[in-house]
Ligand binder design. Structure first.
Ligand SMILES: [Zn+2]
Length: 215
């Protein structure tokens, strides 16, 4: 950021992760909410968190893609131990695009040939749903956005919603979790594949609005 400020004197600059930015943008898109978790699933898994309209940084920034989730039975049987070089069987290790490709014994680019009714998507949904449950219980976001290349597989959304409701088992007494309103709780990115860049645009807009015009 200092280098940018030196290069563009007087121009407001800000910096955040590629998942926090869309999390903030998604939260501000809907005037009825102030919090959002934004999950991207591709070659890795990233989770951005916006609470009270602001991105969460904390010690560094959230790294929810590396949370541990219970291993699904089929993975226990096949002894699939995950692909994360740091943790093996964390969320990213078990449910990123490379881990799904490893199970299917295909390249990532050939994953489009896997049918919608392949059990692999139920396996994937198990992990994403556990992540949604953890986010819901720990952060109580008003919306969870699931994006990234893997979520071009639109059949995943209903699987994740159903599994999330099953795992929560009615514990969170809110209609967005108890009823079909979960369709507006676990959602696709508003800007689709442009979620990241639109998040950056939103942060830039905020930085501009917050800076003094005389600076
Ligand atoms: Zn990991």
């Amino acid at each position: 950021v200092p280098r940018l400020k030196d290069a563009f004197p007087g121009v407001p600059c800000c910096f955040d992760t590629d998942v926090n930015a869309p999390a903030v943008a998604e939260a501000h898109e809907d005037p009825s909410i102030q919090s959002c978790c934004y999950v991207t699933v591709g070659t890795g898994i990233g989770i951005g968190v916006c609470i009270g309209g602001r991105p969460v940084h904390g010690l560094v920034h959230p790294e929810g893609g590396h949370m541990y989730t219970p291993i699904v039975e089929s993975d226990l049987k096949s002894q699939f131990t995950g692909v994360c070089p740091f943790h093996g069987c964390c969320l990213e290790g078990m449910a990123s695009a490379p881990s799904l490709a490893a199970r299917a014994q295909k390249s990532i680019h050939d994953m489009k040939d896997v049918a919608d009714d392949d059990p692999l998507w139920d396996t994937a949904a198990h992990y994403y749903a556990h992540a949604c449950v953890s986010m819901t219980l720990m952060l109580s976001p008003e919306k969870i956005v699931l994006g990234g290349g893997v979520f071009n597989r639109s059949v995943l959304y209903q699987k994740v919603r159903a599994k999330t409701q099953q795992l929560l088992n009615g514990y969170i007494q809110h209609r967005r979790l108890l009823t079909d309103e979960i369709n507006s709780y676990i959602v696709e990115p508003k800007y689709g594949p442009d979620a990241g860049i639109q998040g950056a645009r939103f942060l830039a807009q905020q930085a501009l609005l917050q800076s003094s015009p005389l600076q």
